[in-house]
Design a binder for this molecule. Sequence first.
Ligand SMILES: Cc1cc2nc3c(=O)[nH]c(=O)nc-3n(C[C@H](O)[C@H](O)[C@H](O)COP(=O)(O)OP(=O)(O)OC[C@H]3O[C@@H](n4cnc5c(N)ncnc54)[C@H](O)[C@@H]3O)c2cc1C
Length: 440
Amino acid sequence: MEKTADASTFKLHNGDRVGIVGGGPAGSFFAMHLLEYAAAENLSLTVTIFEYRDFGQSGPAGCAKCAGLLSAGLQSNLRRFGLRLPPEVVQSKADSYVLHLAEQEVEIFPPLPHREIVSVYRGSGPRAAAARPSINFDYWLLRQAEKAGATIVKAMVKQITFTPEKAIVSTNFEHHPFELVVLAAGVNGRRVALEGDTYHPPETAQMIQDELGGYPGNNRRVHVHFGRKHGVVFGATVPKGAYVNVSLLAKNPSLKTIADFLTEAGIPEDYQRLCGCKPHIPVSAAKKFYGNRFVAVGDAAASRLYKDGIGSAFHTAEKAAHTAIFHGIAAADFKRQYAPLCRRIARDNFWGKFLFFLWEITGNSRALTRLWLLALTTKSTHPFEARICRLALWNMFTGDDSYEHILRSLLHPRVVWFLLSHIWGVWRRPTVPHSTPTRK
Ligand SMILES: Cc1cc2nc3c(=O)[nH]c(=O)nc-3n(C[C@H](O)[C@H](O)[C@H](O)COP(=O)(O)OP(=O)(O)OC[C@H]3O[C@@H](n4cnc5c(N)ncnc54)[C@H](O)[C@@H]3O)c2cc1C
């Protein structure tokens, strides 16, 4: 793919064609950002998005297999970008997270007003559900990309090949030449063959997910479970209109089903299982995610560990599109302008892994569990320490802040002193402190 080129070879010109493989959030965001930046530069481009998913089909076939929480940060980015989420896309609004740790519950509220989290469907709803969303998030976003000027081709891309002047996208029946190709295929689709093994996808972990009907409880809370037995890293229940999504990251997925997990969490078995899947989630960044006339965005490049993947799709798509319009489409341009963002995400994920590791240890240790519950529930005697610990958890669950900032906040001398000065006491005390009463 390397070649000696004059300065204009790896620039986009009037009439150039850009092909995007994947019409999930990253593909749609890339198209919209690219077309907006191109318009600002009086550049006329032809943008084509290849997407094979049938959005009209319920169950996993039409779905992006995701819990569907939109972070407050993503919602404000959508507004900044002029995108208004239609009310019918939103399934539920969650205004608190309930942490379940060692049979105790602690309810955590947003630190600021308007940091509400909303849930959406990424497809046409659970396979066996009576009620279907009238419109889902991915379909709506793809239509926004179409309105912005992109053409949608319903086809599965098999291969991308490169010549010095073009990048060629091949489906089963056709070959489409482009000046720039963008890989936005996530980590759950059919692997696209890239000529010359230029791209190495991210490493992934497998999750387990079910959609349930008749599930008990308030539908304005997300429940997060840590410290359960059988190697569960975390589990979460997310309200989605009439239903609930339950997702689980287990160390060994074959050992665990959602039903086992819920039984262990004390949920009575009178819910109905409407749908289920075992999707992958990236746990590292991709390698060689850019080249001449090629860049990957969203999950296919780099995404925040376990949190706000759609927010990462927004940021990576925006930066890659900015690079393509204002700097160029050579490997060197993406390396200089775009790769630092992906490296920042990957570096932050390192701290994220550390935080999740600490949580796992906490969940498995009675003394540490007691210590954490104490820190979270001593609002009257230690308001500062309780506020920092609650804020750290809120940000960790919602993806509202970087993992590095979260860790730094927990290293505040007053928090460290609080934890050190109480460790001996909780070690000797046989019971966990009472949880805070939950707000109904
Ligand atoms: C269990 C689970 C729960 C999650 N929960 C959340 C959450 O609550 N909030 C959040 O922000 N993130 C969540 N994520 C992460 C989120 O799903 C991803 O980060 C996000 O979808 C990435 O967007 P993307 O566009 O890069 O990839 P995707 O959403 O995977 O989109 C890729 C698109 O490309 C298409 N495609 C793939 N291959 C081809 C091909 N060969 N040809 C044509 N089209 C192709 C696919 O059909 C798909 O539409 C979760 C992930 C998992 C696994």
